[in-house]
Design a protein around this ligand. Structure first.
Ligand code: NAD
Ligand code: ZN
Length: 362
């Protein structure tokens, strides 16, 4: 099997997708429908909503507030599971994730762990999850990562620095609710960083060597929607938030059948070594991508300028030799996307000096 051959011949999509302004109002009925009389429901809620009406509406269930100041770690997931397991002697009937990629991924990982023994790091990799998880519902409150549609839940293992999810058909949500009202409060810079994750996933997929027509179609439509949003005069206007929510979902569908490219491995380096959050890290990496993606480099920067969002510069320009070693290792470990983007000579093209030079350009 070649390095890029995943062996996946069929695509697992989300079974039910509810879309529309106000569609969130159906969530309580959905929970009641699944929750048995002697059972319980767990709701993972982004910390931003911890004092909101949203919280009040769900407070009769077991609400786990997800701290998004740090992106998910295998150890955080294990801690949550240990608290829930000590409180209840059985699995919940339904799990709901309400938030961004961090919260949705936390919900997905916990759903799998309720029905599979061991800890989160045991399932980092491909198709290691053996049993279907607890029925799970995803409700994104910020658009871009596509976590609502993908078969993974990204977590960093602090013991070995591995940033990898539970790639499995069992990780895909059973039901998602896409309500653009929920993204109204996202701060401008975060809105652009996360939204650009959809743009970057899809441009990397379309520029890569491993392609298939289904993934390409999803990617092309995602890019089209992202362009409409980020070239508009107000990316946060209601119709633009609707478009970005669809772009995020379609971008997520696209990743299931394709690979990312050069941006994501460098971005993972920044996240693992400097703790930079995924979506901001991607945008910072774009500062140094002219050589690899000239057309997209220009377009990305013109959209960032149009939306008047500030991008940090120079975060990796003055580090220690040890940090540069770590950055190199955390980047080059992502062989599949680098192979997808640069072919089998990727290690020659991205030798250590070149990788460090690229980090310094950011
Ligand atoms: P996030 O979940 O980390 O949230 C980012 C910030 O936005 C947080 O401060 C959060 O509180 C805030 N926020 C969210 N919704 C808000 C709202 N409606 N109003 C105000 N603030 C709001 O952000 P993200 O960028 O969506 O997710 C990043 C994570 O997703 C990373 O861990 C990344 O690795 C992961 N990811 C997963 C996949 C996947 O397929 N599972 C794909 C790409 C990225
Ligand atoms: Zn991404």
């Amino acid at each position: 099997m070649g390095i890029l051959d995943t062996g996946i011949k069929t695509i697992q999509n989300v079974a039910k997708v509810a879309f529309g302004l106000g569609s969130f109002s159906d969530l309580n009925a959905l929970i009641e429908d699944k929750k048995l009389a002697d059972g319980y429901a767990v709701v993972f809620l982004d910390t931003y909503f911890s004092n909101s009406i949203l919280f009040d509406r769900l407070s009769e269930y077991e609400v786990v507030i997800v701290d998004t100041s740090v992106e998910p770690k295998t150890t955080t997931i294990d801690n949550i599971m240990s608290i829930l397991r000590s409180k209840y002697d059985k699995a919940p009937n339904i799990i709901v994730g309400i938030g961004g990629g961090s919260t949705l991924d936390t919900a997905k990982a916990c759903s799998n762990l309720f029905t599979n023994p061991g800890s989160a790091s045991d399932y980092q990799g491909w198709d290691k999850v053996q049993n279907k998880g607890v029925f799970k519902v995803g409700v994104p409150t910020i658009s871009g990562t596509g976590s609502e549609a993908t078969r993974t839940c990204v977590m960093t293992n602090p013991k070995n620095g591995l940033k990898l999810g539970m790639n499995s058909d069992f990780t895909v949500f059973d039901h998602i609710i896409l309500d653009p009202n929920l993204t109204e409060t996202v701060p401008r810079d975060q809105y652009l960083y996360t939204g650009m994750d959809a743009y970057i996933h899809c441009m990397e997929a379309l520029e890569g060597g491993y392609r298939n027509p289904v993934g390409d179609a999803y990617s092309r439509e995602t890019l089209k929607l992202c362009r409409e949003v980020f070239n508009s005069s107000d990316m946060l206007e209601t119709s633009m938030r609707e478009k970005l929510m669809v772009a995020s979902y379609l971008g997520g569908c696209s990743i299931a059948t394709s690979y990312v490219g050069v941006v994501h491995p460098f971005s993972a380096g920044l996240s693992v070594v400097l703790g930079t959050h995924h979506c901001e890290a991607n945008c910072i990496v774009m500062n140094a991508m002219e050589e690899f993606y000239p057309k997209y480099y220009q377009e990305f920067h013109s959209m960032v300028k149009r939306q008047n969002v500030h991008l940090r510069k120079g975060i990796a320009s003055n580090l220690t030799d040890e940090q540069y070693d770590e950055l190199y290792n955390a980047t080059i470990i992502h062989e599949k996307p680098l192979y997808n983007a640069l072919g089998k000579k990727f290690k020659e093209i991205l030798n250590k000096d070149r990788v460090i030079e690229i980090f310094k350009q950011m």
